[in-house]
Design a protein around this ligand. Structure first.
Ligand code: GLC
Length: 656
């Protein structure tokens, strides 16, 4: 591939797509690349027919996040990469790391968390997994694209410190995996389109964060082809002839220089080299093994939210199981399509509990989507005859391009829960959703709630395994479940026309609720188990000026093997700037046999303690005490210690 052999038209056409998914081949002079979605499994289309190929539908990213397991993030990426190799995709357009600023964002199912640290760590492992197979990734959507409403035009108005502490760190951390591409987002940031935002695309992403790959636009996100190329986007997708015409016109007028064109082409050539010369593109998992990866992740991402009277795992004589359990993922570009035929939760529970009398009834299948006239009376009649009722419900409105208008289940499903619970006190609700559901209308009427998330094609098997105790639940929430949308930083506000002002600043997610003492339904990091754990023996070892190792012993007090997510938070005891009550700065998932104790080690560094000073234009630590908090959730701290950081006086400013 030699730029000198290319005509100006061939050069300019290399900067725009060839069609919806492929790059141009300059009349056969360079290989064309195939870019394909998506984060929840390969969603690859036949470029001639538009038909989507069938693939393994993995748990959605939000469900993967709820595993808090970096190894599973790697496995997830590696598994999807296997199908990319099989179908001929060169770059997987994933993962998305946008922060869950509002639970109503339609694409939250595609994102990891409200917390930038967890998002970055998990995304880094996911990228490592995909690229370990010689398939590229696209870290997206860069940046501050935190809702779907008006996403193609809105300007996210965000102050510098909030950008640095909340909306950039997940990208910064994930870039450690060296993703081969970054995708910029549709929106503007403080009035400048991300597709032509030189400060973000060059000064921050490349000069500061060290990104050396290719920047691809989100699909049709460029509003000015030549300004996008000049200011840091290297490839405009998908193909639009108007982009070529505009590039040629700008080139002829001297608005676009040869160096701008060649810079972008060289990055494309580098990407082509990475994609086409990798010897790692070997399919290593059979279809069944890919399904098993999906199942493993699905099981570990399930969150047991409530388990009154230890009604779970199921051990009753007569059990009624049913409801709507087919929502395995959200809609839009991330929606992969499976051909896997799963048994129902009812059938799977019956198989696993041969000594129980397990039955089902259509009356529980309440969903407007199916336009079925569901027989609520029959459901209630059946419920009365059983000791326990397991009822699956699903969110119905989580998709790209739309935000949710509220966080409730569809009314028919709430009515079914309430009707059944009125006649049977032992109801277990299984919720399939990609983001927070407001359960306030019914949760007090049921004994248990299993958050099945959007767990992909293996969802039903995973849920049945947890319900029957074959799997001990170990997932934890990576977004706060508030008591109501009104309690969130943005409420139902959709911004003031073309701008979305991030007035809550750094107080996003648990940072918000803790800052203002707002009670929540379930806190960030919450997740119950069938086992109990004891935390003890916290040790904080100083290994550098601002580097520490943190050790804690965790004991499984129960008689079953289990896994526990250990969460590490840091609190600046006294600071001259406003800071969150605490911030997640470490986590580790540990497997513990019955009765076993393990010592869990986590590490802290400069960024664990620093805030971003817009006066100094850098991360800064003020001397003083910091609390080290270790626990089972953000509101279940089990052990804590205090350290005192004393940096050289030259590093400090006069405080008081
Ligand atoms: C979409 C999405 C992006 C996706 C791309 C290709 O609009 O924003 O995440 O990868 O277009 O489908």
């Amino acid at each position: 591939m030699d730029i000198k052999n290319l005509t100006i038209e061939e050069k300019l056409r290399l900067l725009i797509g060839f069609n919806r998914w492929q790059t141009n081949d300059a009349n056969g002079k360079v290989p064309s690349l195939f870019l394909s979605d998506g984060p929840n499994g390969l969603r690859m289309m036949n470029v001639d027919t538009g038909e989507t190929f069938k693939a393994t539908v993995m748990p959605n990213i939000s469900h993967l996040a709820n595993t808090w397991d970096e190894d599973l993030a790697f496995l997830d990426g590696e598994t999807i990469a296997n199908e990319c190799i099989e179908y001929g995709a060169d770059v997987l357009l994933a993962p998305g790391v946008n922060i869950k600023r509002t639970p109503l964002c339609g694409r939250n199912f595609e994102y990891f968390s409200e917390d930038p640290y967890l998002s970055g760590v998990m995304a880094k492992s996911y990228i490592d997994g995909v690229q370990s197979k010689g398939i590229g990734t696209s870290l997206k959507h860069f940046c501050a694209n935190n809702r779907e409403y008006d996403r193609r035009y809105v300007s996210s108005e965000v102050d510098e410190r909030t950008m640095r502490e909340i909306y950039l760190p997940a990208f910064e951390k994930a870039l450690e995996a060296k993703p081969w591409t970054v995708m910029n987002s549709y929106n503007q940031l403080n009035g400048v389109w991300l597709a032509e935002n030189k400060k973000l695309l060059k000064d921050v992403l490349r000069d500061e964060f060290g990104f050396d790959g290719l920047v691809v636009s989100d699909w049709s996100a460029s509003h000015s082809a030549w300004r996008s190329i000049k200011n840091g986007t290297d490839l405009l997708m998908p193909y639009r002839e108007k982009d070529y015409v505009e590039l040629k016109d700008a080139y002829d007028k001297g608005l676009l220089a040869d160096e701008d064109i060649e810079r972008a082409i060289n990055r494309l050539f580098e990407l082509i080299n990475r994609c086409k010369t990798s010897d790692k593109k070997v399919v290593s998992y059979t279809k069944e093994e890919r399904h098993n990866s999906a199942l493993k992740i699905a099981k570990e991402g399930i969150v047991l939210l409530k388990n009154e009277d230890n009604i779970l795992p199921l051990n009753a004589k007569n059990i009624l199981v049913g409801g709507y359990h087919d929502a395995i993922g959200g809609g839009g570009s991330a929606q992969a399509i499976t051909e896997y035929q799963s048994k129902s939760v009812y059938e799977l529970v019956a198989e696993k509990l041969p000594n129980s009398n397990v039955s089902t009834c259509n009356g529980l299948l309440a969903t407007r989507k199916l336009h079925e006239v569901y027989d609520l009376k029959d459901a209630v009649k059946q419920a009365v005859k059983n000791d326990v009722v397991v009822l699956s419900v699903s969110s119905y409105n989580e998709t790209e391009s739309l935000d949710r208008e509220n966080a409730y289940l569809m009314r028919e499903q709430e009515e079914t829960i309430l009707a059944v619970a009125k006649y049977n006190p032992n109801v277990v609700v299984v919720v399939n959703a990609g983001s927070y559901i407001d359960m306030s209308r019914w949760i007090d009427k049921v004994k248990a709630v299993v958050w099945a998330g959007f767990a992909g094609e293996a969802s039903k098997e995973a849920v049945a395994s947890v319900l029957t105790g074959e799997t001990c639940p170990s997932g934890k929430l990576t977004e706060t479940f508030p008591l109501a949308i009104e309690d969130t930083p943005t409420g139902y506000d959709i911004g003031d026309m073309f701008t979305n002002r991030y007035t809550e600043g750094i107080y996003v997610g648990y940072r918000w609720y803790e800052k203002y003492d707002i009670p929540v339904a379930f806190p960030f990091g919450h997740g119950l188990s069938y086992a109990n754990f004891e935390y003890s023996n916290l040790k904080i070892e100083k290994i550098g000026e601002t580097d520490y190792n943190v050790y804690v012993d965790v004991k499984n007090l129960s008689n079953i093997d289990a896994k526990e997510v250990v969460e590490l938070y840091v609190k600046d005891v006294f600071s001259s700037v406003s800071r969150p009550e605490k911030e997640l700065k470490g986590f580790k998932k540990v497997s513990l046999k019955a009765g076993e104790t393990k010592t869990v080690k986590m590490s802290l560094n400069y960024r664990s303690f620093a805030f971003y000073s817009t006066m100094l234009d850098k991360w800064h630590i003020e001397n003083g005490e910091f609390e080290i908090l270790v626990g089972a959730s953000s509101q279940d701290i089990r052990v804590k210690g205090v350290i005192d950081i004393e940096l050289d006086e030259k590093e400090q400013y006069t405080l008081w």
